[in-house]
Design a protein around this ligand. Structure first.
Ligand code: ZN
Length: 267
């Protein structure tokens, strides 16, 4: 797009089950409609090539990184049998989702064919946008579960800080002769007890946050925002994959001929 080129007809139809759109189909590359100079180019093709080379050179161990992680790593499953699907990088830089490798007890292999990963990623992003629109339509739950844990965690952190501060101040008082040794000892013990208690509370709270507590409305929206931002900037694909896993539980892909079905299940 930055080259001023617009491509029409890569795919047709939609993935929306509710809105009875035409079925999602892929159009062969030779039938794409490519319009050069459809809008003013932001950069020349030469500049584009230069930028791509620069970005490539900045990557650490590009081959390793590319082999290891994809946007949908660990998230893509066969819509026909539920088996996890594998990716296959091509020498020209494209990536394929391999045909389902599952065979049943009788040696019959699953009929789900492969697809270019690009199409699946595009569909998933489209689904994310719809998910976002749905979230924005739903009123934010008020009161109880809206980020209080995060807030509480911060408060506990502050309390711990000030308790530790007190230990230092107590030491100063003792050194300056403002408190007796006995007084110093009892007050120090009391402070230490309090610190241990607060530390435990803090750890418990943190565990409940890291654990299976469901995402709040605001957290979901923030994740989608981050993902959308990562789409247009050069962010490590591993980081993008991490974000995806935070909001998406699994994505199922199935294909019958050119008809493609992609279902995204959110956390
Ligand atoms: Zn399968």
């Amino acid at each position: 797009m930055h080259l001023g080129r617009v491509i029409y007809g890569k795919t047709t139809g939609g993935l929306h089950k509710k809105r009875k759109a035409a079925p999602f189909r892929m159009i062969p590359r030779e039938n794409w409609i490519v319009v050069e100079n459809a809008h003013p180019a932001v950069k020349t093709p030469e500049e584009h090539a230069e930028i791509v080379t620069l970005l490539e050179s900045r990557r650490i161990q590009p081959k390793l990184a590319r082999r290891g992680t994809y946007l949908l790593s660990g998230l893509l499953y066969c819509g026909k049998c539920g088996y996890s699907l594998q990716f296959q990088p091509k020498p020209d830089g494209r990536t394929l989702v391999k045909k389902c490798q599952k065979t049943d007890a009788f040696g019959n292999s699953c009929t789900n064919r492969g697809i270019e990963l690009e199409h699946v990623e595009k569909a998933v992003m489209e689904s994310l946008r719809e998910h976002e629109a749905e979230l924005l339509k739903t009123p934010v739950e008020t009161g109880t579960s809206e980020i209080p844990t995060e807030h509480l965690l911060h408060t506990k952190e502050k309390e711990l800080e000030s308790l530790r501060d007190w230990v230092n101040r107590l030491k100063d008082l003792y050194v300056m002769g403002d408190v007796t040794k006995a007084e110093y000892k009892t007050r120090l013990e009391r402070l230490k007890d309090l610190i241990v208690k607060k530390e435990n509370e803090y750890e418990q709270l943190k565990e409940s946050l890291d654990g299976c507590s469901p995402l709040t409305h605001a957290e979901r929206l923030q994740l989608i925002d981050e993902l959308k931002a990562s789409w247009t900037t050069v962010i490590d694909v591993k980081e993008r994959n991490r974000l995806m896993k935070l909001i998406i539980e699994r994505t199922e892909y199935s294909r019958n001929g050119d008809e493609v079905n992609i279902h995204v299940k959110y956390r």
